[in-house]
Design a protein around this ligand. Structure first.
Ligand SMILES: [Zn+2]
Length: 674
């Protein structure tokens, strides 16, 4: 055998063993023998540079260096997918697809291909006559970076396709890093004293852009293909595409499923929502595609995404990011809140840069140090929280030490016994406390003063026009008009808003004056129980804790509020201004009538109430909570994110639908009667 023949034979053999090892997981020879063959081939190729072939398996080990990655247009555009975050959104999409197909073809069924949504970096692989000619990152969908030499080191990307294939076409896939490989890389880096990587996805996409392809080769990336593009392709369905890709020599995880009914789809979602963490790689959802490619043609695409596909994202994801800094905010009650500043990270569809840390105990419990990688999770709150430090991280960096003095006024912080929070005790003069109290008073959930916003309050305090809540009622047009950004119209609005606030119900005023720990619900309870500020201010500790929702912490706080002279003055002045400081018997008895005998469904998420608060109010007002909509339902109270199916049903039965604001207005109308 000549050396030329030996080169040809080795190339062929290594390709076959590569496929058996990486794609089929059925190695036939030992790693040692495999390496021997590869080394022999490398040696022969060095002796015969004239026989160089860019598709030889020796390119797998890398070695070429790319300083600047060229840009290249994708032959066909790489669309992004529309997202759905609930099963109901999926159903809406499904119904829309079915309707279009029904109009086009008269068919009454569509099949849906369900595939896992791999969390990595998208890649476009272009094959000409079965050989990988270029690999391009997704980029903006029209144009990406050419990373062919790096992709050639990915063992699961065939350099040459097997079997019968189209002469020219594109294969779309996701380049991912398996979790075990990610952990291996990180532990190697940390033993070398290098910063560890954030998560498998970022590491995978970062790896594609490394300049030295031999470094990429060491990272053991994997490519999982999911689509093809090109003209006059022979495939009829998405499933056939996946099966063909497998025959061409790609690795296709066997987790896809063809679903013929909505029930099957729901089962698929539930199955993977539970098991997603058991996979060797990370997924962030499920991709649904209308299975028949002909149907996909009928459905077409919008300017951004195809109408025949949908990415379903799992709920309440958590993400890993890095703690950059901790800053301290001073609230209106002087409470100090530590806030984590994070490296921006995508979490459940939004970019997260901050997370709340609650208090010193929380920081100590997490063992938080600057530069740590941390898990952030979005619970029900708007601001996500840090749930843990990635194991093995802590202790290497400088730990977070809680501050001892107020960052705003320098006063030494105190901690009330039995409470987790630190406070700045400089209530009267600490600037954020002065501003915070007034901003809270005017806020939407409290007095809701139109024409006056947080920034204006800040401006008025800075100008020395107001210092305390009651000063708002002394504001005069002539002193406002001279200020920046204060035209006649805004001054009129502001003063009118202040005047109108005198009609707000007692519970809102009570919430607005800002007693520590007295939130909206507690304010309502206190207003209802004591009926006036005079009775509340005389209440004893025993009387307070005797009320169902009032614990020792709130009781103490109410007592100490009324014990302080500045607060007594505020209440007295506001009374003189004519604010509402009591509820009357008439509106109490009227309230009971409001929903009497009515069957009410509450659905969705609300801005100012929890769902159980609304349900409780309904019961207090004589209504009955029912869970599903039927002809017997009298009313639907609809929050945000209510399922479209529910809404549709209510509309079809002509059941009145009340928004949160309409519901609140109904309540306020009652309590406004004096
Ligand atoms: Zn302070």
């Amino acid at each position: 055998m000549t050396e030329r023949e030996e080169i040809q034979q080795l190339r062929k053999e290594i390709q076959i063993h590569n496929h058996k090892y990486y794609i089929l997981d059925q190695p036939e020879i030992s790693d040692y023998d495999f390496d021997l063959k590869l080394k022999r081939l490398e040696k022969l190729e060095r002796l015969h540079p004239e026989l160089y072939d860019e598709h030889s398996p020796t390119v797998r080990v890398g070695g070429s260096v790319t300083k600047n990655f060229e840009h290249k247009n994708h032959p066909s555009r790489m669309y992004s997918l529309d997202n759905a975050y609930s099963y109901e959104e999926f159903v809406t999409w499904y119904d829309r697809c079915l309707k279009t197909i029904n109009n086009e073809t008269g068919r009454e069924h569509i099949e849906i291909s369900c595939e896992l949504k791999y969390d990595g970096a998208s890649i476009n692989l272009i094959y000409e006559n079965g050989k990988l000619s270029s690999a391009v990152t997704r980029g903006d969908g029209f144009q990406g970076d050419v990373v062919t030499s790096n992709i050639k080191t990915v063992r699961t990307v065939p350099l040459e396709l097997r079997g019968h294939f189209p002469a020219f076409f594109e294969i779309r896939g996701e380049v991912i890093l398996e979790k075990s490989e990610f952990e291996r890389i990180n532990s190697e880096r940390s033993s070398l004293g290098l910063t560890t990587y954030m998560n498998p996805r970022n590491t995978a996409s970062g790896s594609l852009k490394l300049q030295d392809s031999s470094q990429v080769a060491k990272r053991k990336l994997t490519c999982l293909p999911y689509a093809v593009a090109g003209e006059n392709l022979p495939f009829k369905t998405q499933l056939e595409v996946l099966e063909s890709l497998s025959r061409f020599g790609f690795k296709i995880p066997e987790h896809y499923k063809l679903c013929k009914s909505l029930d099957e789809v729901q089962d698929f979602i539930n199955h993977w929502a539970e098991r997603k963490n058991n996979l060797p790689f990370e997924i962030d959802g499920i991709v649904f595609k209308v299975n028949a490619l002909e149907d996909q043609e009928f459905l077409g695409a919008t300017s951004k995404s195809p109408r025949w596909a949908l990415a379903y994202k799992f709920e309440s994801e958590n993400a890993i990011t890095r703690l950059v800094d901790v800053v301290y905010q001073v609230g209106r009650t002087g409470a100090i809140t530590p806030v984590a500043q994070l490296e921006p990270v995508l979490l459940a569809g939004t970019i997260v840069k901050r997370a709340s840390l609650h208090n010193k105990d929380q920081i100590d419990k997490l063992g938080l140090c600057l530069n740590d990688r941390v898990y952030v999770e979005k619970g029900g709150e708007i601001i996500p929280k840090i749930i843990a430090v990635v194991s093995g991280e802590s202790g290497q960096n400088s730990c977070v030490n809680f501050i001892e003095n107020c960052p705003e006024c320098g006063t030494k912080l105190i901690r009330i016994e039995g409470e987790a929070q630190h406070y700045c005790p400089n209530t009267e003069y600490c600037p954020p406390q002065i501003k915070g109290r007034i901003q809270h008073f005017i806020s939407r959930n409290a007095m809701d003063i139109e024409g006056l916003g947080s920034e204006t309050v800040s401006q008025l305090v800075d100008e020395g026009l107001i210092n305390r809540i009651e000063d708002l009622y002394q504001l005069k047009a002539e002193e406002l008009l001279v200020l920046d950004r204060m035209a006649q119209k805004s001054v009129d609005n502001l003063l009118e808003g202040v005047l109108k606030s005198k009609d707000k119900p007692f519970a809102k005023v009570l919430f607005g004056i800002g007693i520590r720990h007295v939130g909206q619900t507690v304010a309502k309870t206190l207003a209802k129980q004591f009926e006036s500020i005079d009775q509340l201010s005389c209440a004893t500790y025993e009387e307070l804790v005797a009320i169902n929702e009032i614990g020792p912490r709130i009781a103490e706080s109410v007592l100490s509020f009324f014990a302080l002279e500045p607060n007594q003055i505020t209440v007295e002045r506001l009374k003189q201004e004519g604010l509402v400081f009591e509820i009357t018997q008439t509106n109490q008895s009227q309230r009971v009538q409001l929903f009497e005998g009515k069957n009410i469904v509450v659905s969705g998420v609300f801005d100012n109430y929890s769902r159980s608060e609304i349900k409780q109010l309904i019961e207090e007002l004589g209504g009955k909570n029912v869970s599903s909509i039927s002809a017997k339902t009298d009313m639907l109270i609809a929050g945000n994110q209510m399922g479209p199916a529910k809404k549709k049903k209510a509309e079809s039965l002509s059941i009145p639908i009340l928004s949160e604001i309409e519901f609140e207005n109904k309540l306020n109308n009652l309590t406004d009667i004096k």
